[in-house]
Design a protein around this ligand. Structure first.
Ligand SMILES: [Zn+2]
Length: 501
């Protein structure tokens, strides 16, 4: 097994002039394996790993397809070739041979979960004392100066940590919303790690351009020049965006929020994204502070503001969408706009409870996200699914939202939000992205026997036992494949300490 050095690349003249960046870069130079330390590419890497052409998963206690017929198959399995599912059904009806065979007895097998909103870099600043007990705006104010010290190494390490947690909690496709790129950090630092770990990744070239001197919330030293942002968006689209079916990497353009970018940048980003067939993402209607900001600065609420800039439709999704009027929900539903629902973060920051059921009924595309790890403070997709179910019940009662509803949101819902028709269900022609969760252990004892699938949400399940992406195992027997977790974590904690001192 070969360990691979971080990609060598020339120093990027950043938009940031913070003298601290010199110190950070000196620290970076002490070890060249920044982005990939702890990842052994021999097994986990896409390019160098052994090629598995056919995969057979058989004898799952239950295989939940989330296909159009919502089939749940006892003693089920599937057969995949070159990362694409060819057959799904009772194990007895499947081929007997394959390059890799997974015995899924004692597991529920279901489509991989899709995370539609995250900020990987925040795994470096979880549980920061100054941000523990405050709402969004003061929480941001406490974090901005720390995030200004981020480095390419920190971005790489935080991406690996976030993806490790996502993989172990059942995620196979992740969208990250990176919007702060100080000290030469680039979205490339994330993409390199996601490719090495073999995760299907929608990378945001996000942005902030309106600092305090222009009436925005962030300090001036963490925002970028708008011409630079748009130029870099063009660059990463040309370099990485893959519109093809089964794509492993896509680029999203994602100005951060109405209070950190200008309307001009929102409009220009939308035009650029549509020219290249990329999706658009931003935070919207997260808090009443944001709503007040929009009325003060733009004379209209967040939804009307976004719509006026071309920011609604089937290629747009918002994170949160909590403070949103019924007539706005109807309009956004008719336009097929998407929403990333992030219940844990919404509870943690006291932001409110999203009108999720109304959004689904109105036709919005809704999926789940864990939001940033500094406002969650985890990246656990099964936990998020559980919280989504529980939180809607607080408002609407126990019969409003079932475990299967929540899992559908986490699978097919997320696929729809990201504009994908090749993931989110187990059916012929879909990508072989799937997870297996053991139901014969302590957490589901006395529960899975009654309803195996629902036990994944009702019982407090830990991590998954199996995670397969594009037909290749990324978690096997509950362990990450090709990741030296202790090394990754010790390095990450070092970065986290250096960032806050
Ligand atoms: Zn967010």
């Amino acid at each position: 097994m070969e360990r691979v050095d971080a990609l060598e690349r020339p120093e990027t003249p950043g938009a940031f002039r913070d003298p601290r960046c010199v110190l950070e870069r000196e620290a970076d130079r002490r070890d060249k394996r920044l982005a990939v330390a702890g990842i052994e590419v021999g097994e986990a890497g896409q390019a160098n790993g052994p090629r598995v052409s056919t995969l057979l998963v058989r004898d799952a206690t239950l295989l939940a397809t989330f296909d159009d017929a919502e089939r749940e198959i006892e003693a089920g399995g599937l057969f995949a070739r070159d990362g694409v599912i060819e057959m799904v059904g009772p194990s007895a009806a499947l081929p007997e041979r394959a390059d890799e065979i997974v015995d899924a007895r004692g597991m529920v097998v279901l489509p991989g979960l899709v995370c539609t909103h995250h900020h990987f870099y925040q795994t470096l600043t979880r549980n920061l004392p100054a941000g523990q007990n405050v709402g969004l705006f003061p929480w941001l104010a406490a974090h901005y100066p720390i995030w200004a010290r981020l480095t390419p190494g920190g971005i790489g390490s935080s991406t690996a940590v976030a993806l490790a947690e996502l993989l172990l909690s059942g995620c196979t496709t992740a969208a990250d919303h990176g919007y702060i790129w100080p000290n030469g950090a680039r979205v490339d630092d994330q993409i390199a790690v996601a490719q090495e770990m073999g995760v299907r990744f929608h990378a945001s070239r996000g942005s902030m351009s309106a600092g305090r001197s222009r009436g925005g919330l962030p300090p001036d030293d963490v925002v970028e020049d708008e011409a630079d942002i748009l130029r870099d968006c063009e660059r990463v689209i040309a370099e990485y965006h893959d519109p093809a079916r089964y794509a492993m990497t896509r680029i999203v353009l994602a100005p951060c929020s109405p209070f950190s970018v200008s309307p001009e940048l929102m409009r220009a980003s939308a035009e650029l994204a549509r020219r290249h067939g990329c999706c658009l993402h931003t935070h919207l209607c997260e808090t009443s502070d944001e709503e007040a900001y929009c009325f003060d600065h733009f004379g209209k609420g967040p939804v009307e503001f976004a719509e006026s800039l071309g920011w609604s439709g089937p290629d747009v999704w918002y994170a949160h969408a909590i403070h949103i009027a019924p007539e706005e929900i109807e309009r956004l539903g008719a336009a097929r706009t998407g929403v990333a629902h992030c219940p844990t973060s919404n509870m943690r920051l006291g932001s409110g409870i999203a009108p999720l059921l109304d959004q689904v009924r109105a036709g919005l595309r809704v999926g789940l996200g864990v939001d940033g790890s500094a406002s969650n403070d985890g990246s656990h997709m099964l936990d998020e699914t559980r919280h989504a179910m529980l939180l809607q019940r607080v408002v609407h009662g126990a019969d409003a939202f079932s475990a299967r509803d929540a899992l559908r949101l986490a699978t097919r819902g997320g696929a729809g939000v990201l504009g994908r028709d090749d993931i989110g269900q187990l059916a012929p022609g879909m990508a072989a992205d799937l997870i297996g969760v053991r139901i014969d252990g302590l957490p589901s004892a006395g529960g899975a026997v009654h309803d195996a699938l629902a036990s994944l949400v009702f019982c407090r399940i830990g991590n998954v036992d199996l995670n397969v992406i594009a037909g290749r195992a990324r978690v096997r027997n509950g362990e990450l494949v090709g990741v030296d977790l202790p090394e990754l974590l010790s390095r990450h904690n070092r970065f986290a300490r250096e960032l806050v001192v």
